[in-house]
Write a protein that binds this ligand. Structure first.
Ligand code: GLP
Length: 242
């Protein structure tokens, strides 16, 4: 794992956005895996700023978001899709037909996961995936468990994870759905390149477990130790337990 520790979250976000810009510029039809959460907000802001300066063209890039809350439609302001529209999709020149998303309101969740997995396979898998990490070591919505799943699947969220997502639901964790749809570990580990971001002291223990701990389903992010090309972007606080 290639660790990059920055003085501040903002410094990391600027450098990370520059790296993504380079990747999209050198490979315009890049398949990007994208996260939601608080962590990538500054990166999206920097990417939008680069777009406004005409420093990057998104028109041929493909995107696959990592996950979506179950029972929440794209039109719902609390959906991950709405978050992406607000912070990124509506602010750059991505082509709508090249944006891929799990539909949290699909009538058959299993069929929806199979559809998404097949769409990703048809694009050849993720070229570059941006990742956050849960304070409990989760990746996308692959929560710590006895066993992890390789493929896209429906999953139950931990209380901790629902609390972490409460910002989308008026800071009320009880309104966060109990379940979600998520890409599995396979799509993440088989990505050609991964960039994991973690900021703040609250992530320090998870980062330590990911980087220095055993590879264990108790910390899904620890499987990134098996990835061929992963960069871990940290600030001083998230790197403080290493
Ligand atoms: C969420 C998402 C993850 C994200 C993580 C961290 O539940 N499903 O993809 O990386 O939790 O969130 P945050 O960045 O808000 O700490």
């Amino acid at each position: 794992m290639n660790l990059r520790v920055f003085e501040s979250e903002q410094d990391a976000a600027v450098a990370c956005a520059a790296r993504v810009r380079e990747a999209v510029t050198s490979h315009p039809s890049l398949v990007l895996g994208l996260p939601t959460g608080r962590t990538p907000l500054n990166v999206y802001r920097e990417l939008v700023a680069l777009h406004e300066r005409k420093a990057v063209d998104w028109s041929r890039a493909r995107t696959f978001n990592l996950d979506e809350l179950l029972g929440v439609s794209a039109e719902d302001g609390g959906s991950f899709r709405a978050y992406m529209d607000r912070h990124f999709f509506q602010r750059v020149n991505l082509s709508e037909e090249l944006i891929h998303f799990l539909d949290g309101a699909a009538p058959d969740a299993e069929a929806e996961c199979a559809r998404y997995e097949a769409e990703l396979a048809a694009e050849g898998g993720l070229g570059l995936v941006l990742l956050g990490i849960g304070a409990n070591g989760h990746l996308a919505f692959n929560e710590p468990a006895e066993q992890l799943q390789a493929r896209c699947h429906r999953t139950r969220l931990s209380r901790e994870t629902r609390e972490a997502n409460a910002m989308l639901f008026g800071d009320d964790p009880s309104r966060v759905p109990l379940e979600a749809l998520t890409l599995g570990m396979g799509a993440l580990i088989q990505s050609r390149r991964a960039m994991l971001l973690a900021f703040g002291e609250g992530k320090a223990e998870a980062v330590k477990a990911m980087v220095e701990g055993p590879v264990t389903p108790r910390c899904p992010a620890s499987f990134l130790q098996l990835h061929r090309d992963v960069e871990v972007w940290l600030d001083r606080a998230s790197a403080s337990a290493l």
